[in-house]
Design a protein around this ligand. Structure first.
Ligand code: SF4
Length: 369
């Protein structure tokens, strides 16, 4: 891994769910429960998990959009939680967020020109007479034509709106973008184009991404490293290739096992977890997965398994060394077709030059600041 750009240490976030008549908290949602990771320049770290795993809360914590209950975030060796107002404004320039729903994140009353002009003016990134040229460049970089600058968000398709959201994030020349389910609301073919655009931009601008997603095919396509979250904790993290080839944690295996196969009648053993995800209001003791895990033993009920590093692969399971090999639980020939088919659909987008923005990025990059 490259030198860390951002380091999160033991992040904790509790939300107050109920208060007494006197205002004292009587119930807490433990959304994030001791999460640590790092991401380097030009690298994509994916945070994966089901709804309620805490991955989006982590994204907001590292950007200091919400206050942490405990923990620390270092960005370029500076403590983000200790920044004063002006230093925080500078940090926000370098660390941006792209949401799942671009329509909700774009001001419907602003034209594209106004929308992109605003951050350039706010951060004094271009003199007034130079801003129009910068806006044209930004639009070309994300694969949109400069003539679109006079339009309003409702005049664009979903994929184009997400490109606009990316252009707005790029306007302030960030080093890090937190992408929170950025393609979940898009059709598969449009997903491919936006994902490939993100990869192109990363290559050219050395951007770091924290990529939040529940979609393993998307993650396999874009991530360098993956951290799997369950009920507010990271249960496994590894380079993407290693995690998909040899998942170690029962929860990761269950996620991979749940990917639908293209041959519905094929005989297949699935690692199915029992029951639903427990409430973060009252998470289970010990290993949070013990009520659903088919391998659970007594120690799982009482002791929190630490995230043990084994080279670049880390696993939080008391028994991971003793579990059957992944190939026995989810055989390679049963696991790969579905995932690889989905990943191939994203990869195909690379050849859709112009539509994916690849050609435009190449042409426009010469004019980048
Ligand atoms: Fe299952 Fe125990 Fe491992 Fe948790 S620690 S995943 S309950 S085997």
């Amino acid at each position: 891994m490259k030198k860390p750009l951002l380091v999160a240490q033991d992040l904790v976030k509790h939300f107050v769910a109920r208060r007494s008549l006197l205002g004292r908290p009587t119930a807490l949602v433990r959304a994030v429960d001791g999460v640590s990771f790092s991401v380097g320049a030009g690298e994509t770290l994916a945070l994966v998990g089901e709804s309620g795993s805490g991955k989006s809360t982590v994204g907001r914590l590292v950007l200091r959009l919400i206050d942490a209950t405990a923990g620390r975030v270092m960005f370029n060796n500076r403590d983000v939680f200790a920044l004063n107002a002006s230093a925080l404004r500078a940090f926000r320039r370098h660390a941006q967020l792209v949401f799942q729903d671009p329509y909700a994140s774009l001001n419907p009353r602003m034209t594209v020109n106004q929308m992109l002009n605003e951050p350039l003016a706010l951060h004094s990134l271009a003199a007034p007479r130079e801003r129009r040229a910068r806006i044209d460049t930004l639009l070309r970089i994300v694969g949109l034509e400069p003539r679109f600058a006079r339009r309003y968000p409702h005049e664009f398709s979903g994929g184009q709106r997400q490109r606009l959201a990316i252009a707005r994030a790029l306007a302030v020349e960030p080093k890090l973008i937190v992408c929170d389910e950025p393609v979940s609301a898009l059709d598969v073919s449009i997903r491919a184009q936006v994902l490939n655009l993100l990869r192109d931009l990363q290559r050219r601008l050395d951007l770091a991404y924290i990529f939040i997603s529940h979609d393993l095919a998307v993650v396999k396509h874009i991530a360098d490293r993956v951290a799997v979250m369950y009920l507010g904790r990271i249960v496994e993290s590894a380079p993407a290739d290693a995690l998909f080839a040899e998942p170690r944690h029962p929860y990761t295996r269950a996620l991979l096992s749940a990917i639908p196969v293209p041959r519905p009648r094929a005989r297949r053993e699935r690692l199915i977890l029992q029951g639903d995800v427990p409430s973060a209001l009252k998470p289970p003791s010990g290993c949070h997965l013990h009520q659903r895990c088919p391998y659970a033993i007594e120690i799982c009920r009482v002791g929190r398994p630490p995230l043990i590093e084994d080279g670049p692969h880390a696993t939080a399971c008391h028994l991971w060394r003793e579990l059957p090999p992944a190939a026995m639980v989810i055989p390679e020939d049963e696991r790969s077709p579905a995932l690889n088919k989905l990943v191939a659909m994203y990869a195909e987008g690379l050849d859709v030059r112009g539509e994916s923005g690849v050609a435009t990025v190449a042409a426009a990059s010469d004019t980048l600041p």
